[in-house]
Design a protein around this ligand. Structure first.
Ligand code: SF4
Length: 438
């Protein structure tokens, strides 16, 4: 949307108070995200009275899911733009800004928009790290999940389109690409590709200039040895597996309509760890799924203790409209769900702290993200086991730059060899040994 708007002559501002058009890009995934989206719309609705805002738009998944209901419930909205209409955003803004009497307020279509390498793109944030969407939609049927309702069946971008975009990004100085979709392990099945992700990665590693390629959201099925061997053998593919497991109890997994069971999950985790030495494993679980008994939860917590994942995200179950889990009985009370979430998080906090301490003394390649916004004189970076935005960071005292690295000051996007000197929570502290040219 940003790329289209700028190409069509709109000016961007980071200050909503100065904007004539405010677009809230919403999420409709779970209750917490929906509430955050609605609060953001309400917050920005005030700008129509106090600021320069003339047009307030809700775009994205919540818009796609609730369509006209959103307009009825939130009268401050001028337009609702679903996930199929992103490409028309400039046209929509012009229409809503036009002085004539407005008729149309709802832009919804199917299937959801999927960009290609020719779409104008404007990236905010780190210029050396980019997200690349490789597919849209999901063919699976997890009973708790509304994503297929909002994003439709899976549609993958052709390999050539993704590689062309990766080349453009590398030419702009991007060093790290993060591959995203709803079901990355299934990439390409709709194009008739066998092992589509393997083919894609084999082509992406040939793109000059890229240093890290990081696929996200691997479903714990169809993980072939070819894929794991590629991870292990290709320097550019980060040794980082992001695989939401959702639960470990067989009955809960079956009620979630997840493929596989505890035995299959355990053997897959073992296989990944043995085939990719030193891999960082990130996963996510849902607590409080309908019918999750005390015993099923205890089984999950014990598993988290024993499996010692590097990172664990925990979501509290919420009934989502039109999902089959919402119809299930044996709902778990909210305070019990919250306690269960906190319990797993505290188990994981101790594991993460011990894993952080174990890194002290090691020397790692770190991608410098820039100066810390919180602490003066400190740089922030990440080693390959730290994904942008969701994991911790490595803090580096800028003074160590002069002491350790005579060649040049590391700038954002540089890779440095960093010795880890301390660990704090999910973060590490280190000093630069050398800057490497990449
Ligand atoms: S695989 Fe992921 S996106 Fe697809 S239905 Fe399951 S949870 Fe939702």
């Amino acid at each position: 949307m940003l790329g289209t708007l700028v190409t069509e002559g709109f000016q961007l501002t980071g200050d909503p108070k100065q904007a004539e058009v405010v677009i809230v890009n919403t999420c409709g995934f779970i209750e917490e995200a929906k509430q955050e989206s609605i609060n953001t719309i309400l917050e920005h609705g005030h700008l129509k009275k106090s600021g320069t805002c003339r047009v307030l738009i809700a775009a994205g998944c919540l818009a796609q899911r609730y369509q006209g209901d959103l307009l009825k419930e939130l009268p401050e909205l001028d337009g609702v733009v679903g996930t199929g209409e992103f490409g028309k955003i400039a046209e929509i803004c012009r229409e809503l800004l036009a002085p004539k009497k407005r008729h149309k307020r709802l832009w919804i279509s199917q299937p959801p928009y999927l960009y290609d390498e020719l779409a104008p793109r404007l990236r905010l944030g780190k210029q050396h790290s980019a997200y690349v969407k490789i597919a849209e939609g999901c063919n699976r049927n997890c009973t708790f999940c509304a994503i297929p309702l909002m994003r439709g069946k899976q549609r993958s971008r052709p390999v050539e389109s993704i590689v062309a975009e990766a080349r453009q990004l590398a030419a702009e100085g991007v060093k790290e690409i993060n591959l995203i979709s709803q079901d990355t392990i299934n990439y390409g099945v709709d194009l008739g590709l066998r092992q589509g992700l393997v083919s894609l990665l084999r082509d992406l590693v040939k793109v000059d200039g890229l240093r890290w390629i990081r696929p996200f959201y691997l479903y714990p099925q169809q993980v072939t040895d070819d894929l794991l061997d590629l991870y292990a053998g290709e320097e550019k593919i980060v040794k980082y597996i992001d695989m939401p497991l959702q639960h470990i109890n067989d009955r809960v997994l079956a009620r979630m309509h997840r493929l596989g069971n505890r035995t299959a999950i355990e053997s897959l985790v073992d296989r990944i760890r043995s085939r990719i030495p030193g891999v960082t494993f990130r996963t996510a679980f849902i607590v409080g799924f309908p019918g999750e008994t005390d015993a099923a939860f205890t089984e999950l917590r014990t598993y988290v203790e024993q499996a010692e994942f590097d990172r664990v995200a925990v979501f509290v179950y919420s009934d989502e409209d039109d999902t089959s889990a919402a119809e299930l009985g044996d709902k778990v009370e909210q305070d019990i769900m919250d306690d269960r979430r906190n319990s797993i998080l505290s188990v994981q906090e101790a594991i993460a702290a011990s894993k952080g301490r174990a890194k002290i003394g090691s020397v790692l390649d770190v991608l410098i993200d820039g100066r810390s916004e919180e602490t003066e004189g400190v740089l922030e970076g990440r080693h390959e086991g730290l994904a942008p935005e969701i994991d911790g960071v490595v803090y580096i005292d800028e003074d160590s730059v002069d002491a350790g690295c005579k060649t040049s000051d590391p700038a954002s996007g540089d890779f440095c060899r960093v010795e880890i000197t301390d660990a704090a929570g999910f973060d590490l502290v280190g000093r630069i040994m050398t800057t490497t040219a990449h």
